[in-house]
Ligand binder design. Structure first.
Ligand code: 26V
Length: 822
């Protein structure tokens, strides 16, 4: 029996205070006098977590009793960000906590800063998984997130002398009050060994994966609370632990050192997140990570199902498995292995169940990001899984043969196994073959998946392909990160927007309300001030609050074209130097983002931005008309400060390369205007907010393709653009790198010779769009009306809308509300 109303979980100020004091004493072992801010953070977090527990248990009980279908979201990354503020808000006790602390002379804002930001993801894909988990709980859908409890998340980035330096992110060093280990649910996962076929007396054959090395997966659960409801879902992250055999072998063969080494080796599986997004590396440890968390998750899913039912026939009525990109695609083969080898289900039946349960989301069109594993490595590490993949492929190619007899070329293209000097397993092919749904993450992207990325699969199964345009949770990306704007909205249109973002259209009524407009401007200024303080504390100067805060924050990648932004800055600088009287609005250019540690060109771009900043920021002729800042260690918590402070959102990828983007949505939601190409979700954002409220430039995806096809030559554009030529010449001259004049030669050479991402083709149009930004900013009323039109029409990009579509169109889920009195 749960005590819902004990003071330990009560919602009065007295109850909350009492719990915090008790945790300070009993959990932290401190009294008020000796408590540090970290102790206070821990005590409040535990007091907050206490208030989730009965909801959490009741959610599990309800799902079990109602036999509710649930989604299992398999993702190698969950970039959840800090939990305390979000949980306080969703519980509806944020202000209560704020005032309680106030009374004791403490500021909640400062206490929140004590929480280390869990960086268990690279960027968009991991953050999307986190937004989805929050939306699922808010919409009261039964859901489990399954992933890896990395001991080290995405590296901490420092900028040393303009260069990126990586440091380990030891995010658990102060403990983690939000997770609960569940040792009793640990799972054994097999690696290596060999497969033995056994023929039985009745003539049947069974396969046995033997002589394996076993690693134990220990689940750590984090509660995911819905917005002001009683739903608490589970994010279950697996941590690798050496199995008993490893520990026993210490005593058995006496080779103590080897045993310790092997123990460390098996526990290294969940040690660190791979930081190279958008480029597959083919490292064995990465494949181990993928199989490790997938095998644990599938075992967990099957265990739970068997607890409730004595058959697996209804598995797809009870669970939907969603593969977040190909990282968990091995789930298709693992589920088949469990159904066949462990549950003795016939192949045909097992295949039917697997396909009916599984859906696959693609997140990238970059060829270098498509995962494939060398067959020899696969065979050594996962011999039984490889066998099953071969059998899946054999049957699949038979199906292809029936449809297109004598088309060997097509079979070669479609095969799960890529032929060549070394064969490879194509994980995207495995995922498509083993799923009933394949989706992209924005309209354009989904179309390109069908026509460019996998046209043969689309030919084969057109009905399988669909679109689910991304979204972001308005609770974190508006309510929490922009309290002033949230309050202004609630004052005008009441508070329904936080659960139904389409209600933001009501604010359009206030578009011409001078008071509201002035308030919107004042809020932006306050948010710029907050951001300016961060810049000042790190860079020693405070940006001009009257300047346009022009922001590009996202992973560093050539296709995202931070370099195009940089070229614009250089050209603007040269214009200003040449014509000192030129009358342009002052701008503060703000960058942030991490480069994959081995991605030399991206790291050189960071250095270029910092060198350009150094020269321009110190040029007395420029004063504060241009400032350039590269903010180090861009992460979720920094995003929560940067995004509300932006006037301009840079979404300038080469068309056809950015699958969706989600930062683009967060900026528009926080009153920034977009400068962008027709790429990913930019297209849909522009459609929603209106073309007149969006600064468009650049080639379209089909124009990019056409130009590539007919032989693109950047010099054609460089010759015709004096501005571009001059900017390139300045970089090449060593002007920004007097200590090493040839430092940026690789950058200039790439642009002049290849220009893979067509910066030269888009440069002049980009410059023109930026000039329009400038003109527009000088008319604050006009600018504000565009901001309000963006805000009022951004409702589509709530992850609630996205999740509703997944639930209706792929997962077939219905909400399962939690009643605490039941
Ligand atoms: C890819 C890889 C490749 C193999 C090695 C490790 C690794 C780690 C992460 C990734 C993720 C790349 C895919 C990705 O993040 N795509 C982004 O997904 C966002 C959410 O759908 C979308 O908004 C972005 O446009 C897209 O780039």
């Amino acid at each position: 029996v749960v005590q819902n109303h004990s003071s330990r979980v009560g919602m009065t100020p007295e109850d909350l205070e009492q719990s915090v004091l008790e945790h300070l004493f009993y959990t932290c072992g401190k009294d008020l006098r000796s408590a540090t801010p970290l102790d206070v953070y821990r005590a409040i977090s535990h007091a907050t977590r206490d208030r989730l527990v009965h909801r959490w248990l009741q959610s599990k009980r309800t799902y079990f009793h109602h036999e509710a279908k649930r989604v299992c979201y398999l993702s190698a990354e969950f970039l959840i960000g800090r939990a305390l503020a979000q949980n306080l808000l969703n519980l509806g006790i944020y202000h209560l906590a704020e005032t309680s602390l106030d009374h004791r002379g403490l500021t909640l804002k400062d206490i929140l800063e004590e929480e280390l930001d869990p960086g268990l993801g690279n960027g968009g894909l991991g953050r999307l998984a986190a937004c989805f988990m929050e939306s699922l709980a808010t919409l009261q859908y039964p859901a489990y997130g399954y992933g890896i409890r990395y001991e080290f998340g995405i590296f901490d980035q420092e900028i040393a002398n303009g260069w990126q330096v990586e440091r380990g992110d030891d995010w658990l060093r102060r403990g983690n009050p939000w997770e609960v280990p569940r040792h009793e649910l640990s799972v054994g996962v097999n690696f290596y060994g060999r497969v033995e076929a056994r023929v039985h007396v009745d003539g049947t054959k069974s396969m046995h994966w033997v002589d394996t090395q076993t690693v134990i997966g220990v689940p750590y659960d984090t509660p995911i609370l819905g917005y002001q409801n009683n739903t608490v879902n589970t994010l279950r992250l697996w941590s690798a632990k050496a199995s008993k055999e490893f520990n026993f072998s210490v005593f058995n063969d006496g080779d103590y050192r080897r045993a310790v080494e092997e123990k460390a080796l098996s526990e290294s599986i969940s040690k660190v997140l791979y930081p190279n997004d958008e480029s597959a590396e083919g490292k064995e440890l990465r494949l181990k990570q993928q199989y490790f968390f997938v095998a644990c998750s599938i075992a967990d899913i099957i265990r739970r199902h068997k607890k409730r039912f004595d058959t697996l026939d209804n598995l797809p009525d009870q669970i939907a498995i969603q593969l977040n990109d190909t990282h968990p695609a091995i789930a298709v083969a693992e589920l088949m292995r469990v159904l066949i080898d462990e549950e003795s289900i016939a192949w045909e039946k097992a295949w039917e169940l697997t396909k009916a349960a599984t859906g696959f989301t693609n997140h990238t069109l970059l060829p270098e990001a498509l995962e494939k594993w060398p067959v020899p490595m696969f065979e050594r590490l996962l011999p039984r899984i490889l066998q099953i993949i071969y059998e899946i492929n054999r049957r699949f190619l038979l199906e292809v043969h029936v449809k297109w007899p004598n088309d060997d070329e097509r079979k070669r293209r479609l095969s799960i196994i890529e032929e060549g000097p070394v064969k490879h397993v194509r994980m995207a092919h495995l995922a498509v073959v083993g799923s009933h749904s394949v989706n992209g993450v924005a309209e354009l992207h989904s179309e390109l998946v069908c026509t460019q990325l996998m046209p043969d699969f689309h030919d084969m199964w057109p009905q399988r392909f669909n679109n689910k345009t991304n979204g972001v949770t308005p609770r974190r990306w508006l309510l929490q990160c922009n309290p002033d704007l949230s309050e202004a909205l609630t004052e005008r249109i009441s508070d329904g927007w936080a659960r139904d973002l389409s209600e933001l259209t009501k604010i359009l009524e206030y578009k011409d309300d001078t008071e509201f407009r002035a308030e919107v401007r004042a809020i932006k200024r306050k948010n710029k001030e907050r951001l300016a303080k961060v810049i000042e504390s790190r860079h020693g100067f405070k940006p001009n609050l009257d300047s346009i805060f022009d922001v590009q924050v996202k992973r560093l990648h050539e296709y995202k074209r931070q370099l195009l932004n940089c070229l614009h800055i250089i050209a603007l600088y040269q214009d200003m130097k040449e014509n000192p009287e030129s009358d342009r609005a002052p701008r503060t250019f703000i960058f942030g983002g991490k480069a994959a540690p081995g991605y030399m060109m991206a790291k050189l771009h960071i250095k270029l931005i910092n060198d350009v900043a150094d020269i321009i920021n110190h040029d007395p002729a420029i004063r504060d008309r241009i400032k350039v800042v590269f903010l180090s260690n861009y992460n979720v918590s920094l995003a929560e400060i940067i995004i509300p402070g932006a006037d301009i959102s840079e979404q300038i990828s080469m068309a056809g390369k950015e699958a969706s983007g989600t930062g683009n949505m967060k900026f528009a939601m926080n009153g920034a205007l977009t400068v962008g190409t027709l790429d990913g979700a930019n297209i849909e954002i522009r459609e929603e907010v209106g073309a007149e409220n969006f600064f468009l430039f650049g080639l379209k995806a089909d124009e990019v393709r056409g130009l590539k096809g007919s032989g693109y030559n950047p010099n054609h554009y460089i010759e015709r653009s004096p501005r571009l030529r001059r900017a390139l010449d300045l970089i090449a001259s060593g002007f920004f790198s007097p200590d090493d004049p040839s430092r940026f030669q690789p950058v200039v050479n790439e642009l002049r010779n290849l220009d893979t991402y067509m910066l030269c083709a888009d440069f002049d149009d980009y410059f023109r769009a930026q000039f329009e930004v400038d003109q527009c900013y000088r008319d604050p009323e006009n600018w504000t009306s565009k901001v309000i039109e963006n805000l009022g029409n951004i409702g589509k990009f709530s992850s609630d809308r996205t999740i509703e579509q997944y639930c209706k169109e792929i997962w077939n889920l219905t909400p399962c509300p939690i009643d605490l009195t039941e």
